[in-house]
Write a protein that binds this ligand. Structure first.
Ligand SMILES: [Zn+2]
Length: 296
């Protein structure tokens, strides 16, 4: 930002007075209110109407208690939630969009400047189809998820199977790269299959280069390919409640793939324990989880 205004940091020499450090870090200096915060950045080159962003996200998330949104400049905003549960619900519900542009969210504790955050990851539910039923299970879901990015969760039934037209896997992906459309799996006896990846609630992305955040009109790669290599077919509809499996298996990011613990909890208890959004979890008689799901 400063570079655009003609300020080039690496060309500036500090004076002796400017070099003198002011030592801070005593308890009196540190504000203790950077709790339950996320930093958000709208992935677009267009200018953002921050007033509209605030009202849109407040009405989209509809929290009973307060949500403060503070403009940080550069298409970024600080979202301060009333409690950890509200924040968790938003993170569990990604991707979110503002005017169809992806809103990237990142955990924030106030220890660095918001500009220093790497804002290029977001979690999506990905529908994996053209996969033989035999391989539609929890373990294969985890392995596919880790190949695509960072596996977070898979939707399965009581037997750990994700049988159906597709298997749903939640993956944290790098949105600065083109969206993956396919993956080759090598099955037994070197038999190969090409699985198809479709994304739920996919915001604006470019049908030419496959990257989120712009459309074909503003793509720098236009005219290179005869056929669009990406398309609307990559957008998946969220399955109806009755078509979903009733278990979401989350990975504990700290301990990796531990043995699952079986929990017999009511839906309310599960939401309390795992801070899951009601929107995403439809019916629970039984739940299997690796542990708290929200360490991104
Ligand atoms: Zn493009």
């Amino acid at each position: 930002m400063e570079e655009k205004r003609g300020l080039k940091w690496n060309k500036i020499k500090l004076t002796t007075e400017e070099e003198e450090a002011l030592v801070i870090g005593n308890s009196d200096d540190v504000t203790n209110t950077v709790n339950n915060c996320l930093v958000g950045r709208v992935l677009t080159h267009e200018k953002i109407d921050m007033t509209a962003l605030k009202s849109t996200m407040k009405s989209e998330w509809r929290f009973a208690k307060g949500l403060d949104i503070i403009e940080l400049g550069n298409s970024m905003a600080l979202f301060q939630f009333a409690n950890a549960r509200d924040k968790a619900r938003v993170l569990e519900g990604t991707p979110w969009a503002f005017h169809k542009n992806l809103l990237i969210l990142s955990e924030y504790d106030g220890s660095i400047t918001p500009e220093s955050l790497e804002m290029n990851r977001c979690s999506f539910w990905i529908q994996i189809s053209n996969l033989p039923l035999k391989w539609m299970n929890q373990r294969v879901g985890e392995r596919i998820g880790d190949k695509l990015g960072c596996f977070e969760a898979v939707e399965v039934d009581e037997n750990g199977n994700g049988w159906g037209r597709f298997m749903r896997v939640r993956v944290n992906i790098d949105v600065s790269k083109p969206l993956r459309r396919f993956m080759i799996l090598e099955l037994q006896k070197r038999e190969r299959c090409r699985v198809i990846l479709r994304y739920e609630r996919l915001p604006i992305f470019c049908f030419i280069c496959g990257v989120l955040g712009h459309s074909e009109k503003s793509c720098g790669n236009s005219g290179e390919e005869e056929e669009s290599q990406y398309g609307v077919w990559m957008k998946a509809r969220e399955p109806r409640k009755e078509d979903r499996k009733n278990i979401i298996v989350w990975r504990d990011r700290t301990s990796g793939l531990a043995s699952p613990e079986v929990l017999d909890l009511t839906e309310d208890e599960l939401i309390e324990k795992f801070a899951l959004g009601v929107r995403m979890v439809t019916s629970f008689a039984l739940a299997i989880s690796y542990s708290f799901p929200l360490k991104l």
